[in-house]
Design a protein around this ligand. Structure first.
Ligand code: GLN
Length: 227
């Protein structure tokens, strides 16, 4: 990096600007993922969403699942899944600029993913998916967040209805999008498990719902298993 750029970068860092945007990429599940201000910076916790989902795919004997990712952002989750298991993936995001970054990332990581720029609210598909995975915006607008998040796309972080908006929307759409045997995998906010569980059971009363914790011992992942 030329000296001039270095000085500029240091100034930005001093204001709390995320180092990942300055470096320009992050490691996610062993893949190099390009990031810029169009996409949320992948979090370490989200690697465990992928790991746990891969575990359940094996445990419930999914072969070649059709996967839908909602709110793909940089594409990191879909890329990690595609690298680790035989599957086909449709990945949607409302942001055109995020989809551009995700496409670039998929190409750089030699993975084939079908990216679609669309709002989940209007999304329909002829495909019946076996798996849905999402790390949607889940922070309540009045919750305190790390200073650095102000540089990230705010619509990738905050969601109305106490952060529950996208879980409710996605779950309501699931019967029309998903095969009857399916797995729905969410990253969740630490106080949201009970509400999401109740919503999931109102749609899938017989579902097996598993909540798992992150390394800080917060509820962070919720899996809805429909057999
Ligand atoms: N977990 C992220 C944060 O702490 C938020 C990402 C999200 O809402 N999915 O900022």
């Amino acid at each position: 990096m030329p000296l001039e750029k270095q000085e500029e970068a240091l100034k930005k860092l001093a204001t709390g600007y995320p180092v990942q945007y300055i470096i320009g990429d992050v490691d996610f599940c062993g893949n190099i993922i390009k990031v810029n201000e169009s996409v949320l910076i992948p979090r370490f916790e989200t690697e465990y969403l992928v790991e746990n989902l891969l575990f359940y795919l094996r445990r419930y004997e999914y072969e070649n699942p059709k996967i839908l990712e909602v709110g793909t952002g940089s594409g990191c989750i879909s890329i990690a899944l595609k690298k680790s298991t035989e599957c086909s993936i449709d990945a949607i995001d409302i942001s055109k600029r995020a989809i551009e970054v995700a496409k670039d990332n998929a190409q750089k990581n030699n993975t084939e993913i079908n990216f679609i720029c669309e709002d989940i609210a209007s999304f329909t598909s002829k495909n019946k998916y076996n798996v849905l995975v999402s790390n949607p915006p889940y922070v309540s607008p009045n919750e305190e967040v790390d200073e650095k998040t102000k540089y990230e796309p705010q619509n990738a972080i905050f969601a109305k209805d106490n952060g529950l908006y996208f879980y409710n929307l996605i779950l309501e759409k699931c019967p029309s999008l998903m095969a009857s045997k399916n797995i729905i995998a969410f990253e969740i906010g630490k106080d949201q498990a009970e509400s999401i569980k109740a919503k999931a059971l109102s749609i899938y009363p017989k579902a097996n719902i598993i909540v798992r914790k992150d390394i800080n011992n917060f509820d962070r992942y919720l899996f809805i298993i429909n057999e």
